[in-house]
Design a protein around this ligand. Structure first.
Ligand code: ZN
Length: 298
């Protein structure tokens, strides 16, 4: 099909629709996705492309008759698009070193894998040094044992990788709760001279009880009360795109529930290790926490 080699942007919309119509059989609709999946993709592909530690690289894989398989190391990547152009979305770890990185791409019907290189630009996140009571830094043996158990469970939740979204799905997210959004993603925190994990989500200040809604269609894959995160809900949006909601005062969903955009999942609270009510919102791609701000309009 030589037509598929035309550059994406030169295709008039009706031509693109005709090509996509022919490729309709490639769509993999899931019950969590709205039924209108057979339209052309949104002109703007979300998230925004920002290849820095904690960001997302959008890598064009070109045209192909079926969704290619892409991996970062052993981790499967989210691949979106259509027969005209597929795009891999790569979550870049906050701990990633700037420089050249690469992914592996394979055609859906097999064949030799190829490497696709991209550049990770440096980004300096701010640093916060705090002196706090040693009690809040050093966990008791019982708390530490609980945390270790929870960490194992969380790792199994984070490994969720289900069918990616259909051709026309947009990943532009609705903000899950109205309120002041901090820009503290990536903040490096040093308590009593000891470096902690950097802040890997977005904090949104809101009063206890404020409803939290799903930012995209998704399936609830975990709920629980965790030592640091308090009452927590995880949503799976397909293809390794997961979102996490922490410190809730109420959880209104159960694992297995399917939510549409805007459906309530719980309420803002101050459970877990926090000093005041807020939502900690995490967005994960290929088991890597990335900046939620890239998925919403500025
Ligand atoms: Zn937070």
């Amino acid at each position: 099909m030589p037509l598929l080699l035309l550059p994406t942007r030169s295709l008039p919309l009706n031509r693109r629709q005709a090509l996509l119509g022919a490729a309709g059989a490639l769509a993999l609709p899931m019950s969590i996705w709205p039924a209108s999946a057979a339209q052309p993709p949104a002109p703007e592909l979300w998230p925004r492309d920002l290849a820095v530690p904690g960001g997302v690289a959008r890598l064009s894989l070109g045209p192909a008759p079926a969704r290619p398989l892409a991996q970062a190391g052993a981790l499967p990547l989210l691949v979106l698009g259509d027969v005209i152009e597929w795009t891999a979305l790569v979550g870049i770890a906050l701990s990633a070193a700037p420089g050249t990185a690469s992914i592996t791409v394979k055609a859906a019907d097999g064949g030799a894998p190829r490497q696709l290189a991209y550049r990770v630009a440096p980004k300096q996140y701010s640093e916060q040094r705090l002196k706090v009571s040693p009690k809040t830094v050093d966990l008791s043996p019982a708390d530490n044992a609980r945390y270790e158990r929870e960490r194992e469970h969380q790792a199994s939740v984070m490994a969720t990788f289900t069918e990616p979204m259909p051709l026309a799905a947009s990943l532009r997210m609705q903000v899950p709760v109205p309120g002041r959004r901090s820009s503290s993603f990536g903040l490096r925190r040093i308590f009593n001279g000891q470096a902690r994990n950097p802040h890997s989500g977005m904090d949104i200040a809101a009063a206890t009880g404020t409803p939290i809604v799903a930012p995209l269609p998704g399936r609830v894959i975990d709920t629980g009360d965790y030592f640091f995160n308090g009452n927590t809900v995880w949503l799976d949006h397909g293809g390794g795109l997961l979102t996490m909601y922490c410190h809730l005062s109420a959880i209104d969903v159960n694992p297995g529930d399917t939510l549409q955009t805007g459906q309530r999942l719980g309420a803002v609270g101050a459970t877990g290790r926090v000093t005041g009510p807020h939502l900690h919102w995490g967005v994960m791609l290929n088991r890597t926490m990335v900046d939620p701000a890239l998925f919403i309009e500025a």
